[in-house]
Design a protein around this ligand. Structure first.
Ligand code: PEP
Ligand code: MG
Length: 604
């Protein structure tokens, strides 16, 4: 069963002698709920032939290696072409990155060295070179690079698979019935090659929200939980599992009661989504009829269509940094233009907010060599990185300006900390417009340029900033991180990272106030916007635009429709006197809990 389909008939819970239910925590990779049987995908590395060779066989072995590389590239190109013409054209670029890795010169040098000097057969040489590269990446002390070590291992498997002549297109068994796939990790090729109708959900042992499995699962609309420790040690094929891609957890051997609760949640989600689909053209509004704009956050271009299908009133945040993943060079102006154009056309006449790349911090580094010697979250990240590489930022801005004729474009700048930065971006933006004009190319008459408010200094200076920015969008994920000094990736400090903390609410109130004075639209695009209680609080505080994951839109729309603006404002006033996140939360629960009881159950 998954929440897009009616509950399946195979829902019997384990008898009392069955193994106990075990809950495993992971990371919410792709939203959705599923119950079913696990199929553990055996992704053991391809068996490696280990054989020393005679010196006279060296050239033959080098040739065998070259042939295997060609074969592996061919296989990957085939999958990339399928993707490009099929479900996920933009994801084909991830495969392109893999092809580049297969053909990488340093891998070839390493392999040849093992063949020529150590007299290893080609398979052994590949295995050794790949292991060394993967170890180096893991040892670099950089989470992004450590993650890429899995990519190198996949590449090694592709090449090794080519020696034997049988291309391991997908190492997943032929699926004939809907199952939950469990694996250490899946490569983009494997994920892309899945038969969607037979995959209820994906669960992997490694990975983060920005890992390829999660990105592709979201793009393919498959619920996923990633980064589940000890997964393979606990799950076997045939085990019954529940997957919660909303909260990032899985339950092994769920009890009958747990399954019923999950099915009820899935059913409610289905009803809300269906209800919304029927009213998808109706704007969200409070019980008293005040319109609230609900927009979607996306990471991949083809999520735009999904978001529109969920009733989004445009894209409030497109995290364009995902275009820079796994590449040696940033994407070209033309490549970016094509993608922005595609998104703008899909969403028109509603607006698309393209955020300039937010790379650094906990975001992948990809083509950029960000210095290691500083605290990454406080270092060269987002617009700081962009302004330090003006050519790269200019390329992106030119692509955006060119794409502006294809829809309703807004440009948003991440992590602005000072007015000086905003002015510097304005100058670059002006340059980008002049560059486009000098080539005789058209652009929209007006392209709003707004900023994210996610650094406390920007919240404090919101009035001055709003005089020079066309809109403000509050990024509560980072605002919480920077204002409360809590690393946003820390599980241990998650108890502190509360957007309902009075300090955060006071900063938000100041920003809303600044926007009101200067008539500058203020929205919220951090995760706070997709929490029903917080969403109502924000509306009571004066926010009229919320942007969130497409999967949360139905729920938030429903919540908003159940409360009048006057009530939301009263509660927001009451909350102002509270001294802790806990007190704020209790107040919200006491005032809105009854109206939202069924919705809140989805989050418990
Ligand atoms: C935020 O910080 O709240 C935000 C929306 O941006 P990101 O999560 O991409 O840093
Ligand atoms: Mg942010």
């Amino acid at each position: 069963m998954n929440d897009a389909d009616p509950p399946g008939h195979n829902t019997s819970a384990p008898p009392s002698s069955a193994p106990p239910a075990i809950e495993l925590e992971g990371i919410a990779g792709s939203p959705g709920l599923a119950i079913g049987r696990a199929v553990v995908v055996d992704l053991k590395r391809v068996g490696v032939v280990r054989r020393h060779i005679k010196r006279s066989a060296v050239e033959d072995e080098v040739e065998r290696f070259d042939e295997a590389v060609k074969e592996a590239s061919k296989g990957l190109r085939h999958v990339a072409a399928q993707l490009a013409s099929n479900v996920a054209p933009a994801e084909a670029s991830i495969l392109e990155a893999y092809i580049m890795m297969v053909e990488d010169a340093s891998l070839k040098t390493d392999v040849e060295r093992h063949i020529r000097l150590d007299l290893l057969c080609a398979e052994w040489a590949v295995d050794r070179a790949v292991k060394r590269m993967a170890e180096q990446l893991r040892g670099a002390g950089d989470a992004y690079l450590a993650e890429r070590s899995h990519d190198i291992e996949f590449i090694g498997d592709r090449i090794l698979g080519s020696f034997s002549g049988r291309q391991r297109a997908v190492s997943i068994p032929d699926l004939h019935e809907p199952v939950i796939l469990v694996a250490r990790d899946l490569s983009p090729a494997e994920t892309a090659g899945l038969k969607r109708e037979f995959v209820l959900a994906l669960v992997t042992e490694v990975g983060t929200r920005t890992s390829h499995t999660a990105i592709l699962a979201r793009a393919l609309d498959i619920p996923a939980v990633v980064g589940v420790g000890e997964l393979l040690a606990r799950v076997g094929t045939g085990d019954r599992m529940m997957v919660d891609g909303l909260r990032g957890s899985v339950v092994l051997n769920p009890t009958e009661e747990q399954e019923q609760v999950m099915q009820a949640r899935a059913e409610r989600r289905r009803v809300y989504t269906k209800g919304l689909a029927e009213r998808r053209d109706h704007p969200a509004q409070t019980a008293c009829g005040v319109p609230i704009r609900l927009r979607a956050n996306i990471e991949l271009p083809n999520e735009a269509a999904i978001a529109m299908g969920e009733g989004a009133q445009g894209i409030g945040l497109y995290r364009t940094e995902f275009l820079y993943v796994d590449r040696k060079q940033p994407p070209s102006e033309q490549e970016q233009y094509d993608i922005y154009r595609q998104v703008l056309e899909q969403v028109a006449p509603l607006p698309v907010t393209l955020r300039t790349f937010d790379i650094g911090g906990d975001k992948f580094v990809s083509a950029f060599q960000v210095p290691q010697d500083m605290n990454p979250a406080l270092g060269l990240r987002a617009i700081r990185l962009g302004l330090s590489r003006p050519e790269t930022l200019l390329t992106q801005l030119r692509a955006m300006v060119r794409a502006s004729v294809h829809g309703e474009l807004r440009i948003m700048v991440p992590m602005v900390a000072t007015l000086t930065e905003l002015r510097a971006v304005h100058q670059l933006f002006g340059q980008a417009v002049r560059d486009v004009e000098s080539r005789g190319l058209p652009h929209a008459d007006r392209i709003p340029l707004g900023i994210m408010i996610e650094v406390p200094s920007a919240a404090i200076m919101a009035y001055e900033l709003s005089l020079e920015a066309d809109f403000l969008s509050i990024g509560t994920n980072d605002l919480v991180q920077y204002a409360l000094a809590v690393d946003r990736t820390s599980h241990a400090l998650a108890y502190l990272a509360k957007p309902q903390d009075p300090a955060i609410l006071r900063l938000i109130a100041g920003v809303v106030d600044a926007g009101r004075h200067t008539e500058t639209p203020v929205g919220v695009c951090g995760a706070m916007a997709s929490d029903p209680l917080s969403a109502l609080l924000l509306i009571g505080m004066g926010v009229r635009e919320l942007s969130m994951e497409a999967s949360a839109l139905a729920e938030i729309k429903e919540a908003i429709g159940r409360v009048s603006l006057a009530d939301a404002e009263t509660v927001a006033r009451e909350v102002r006197g509270k001294l802790s996140a806990g007190e704020v939360h209790s107040t919200l629960l006491a005032r809105f809990g009854e109206a939202l009881s069924d919705l809140l159950e989805l989050h418990e």
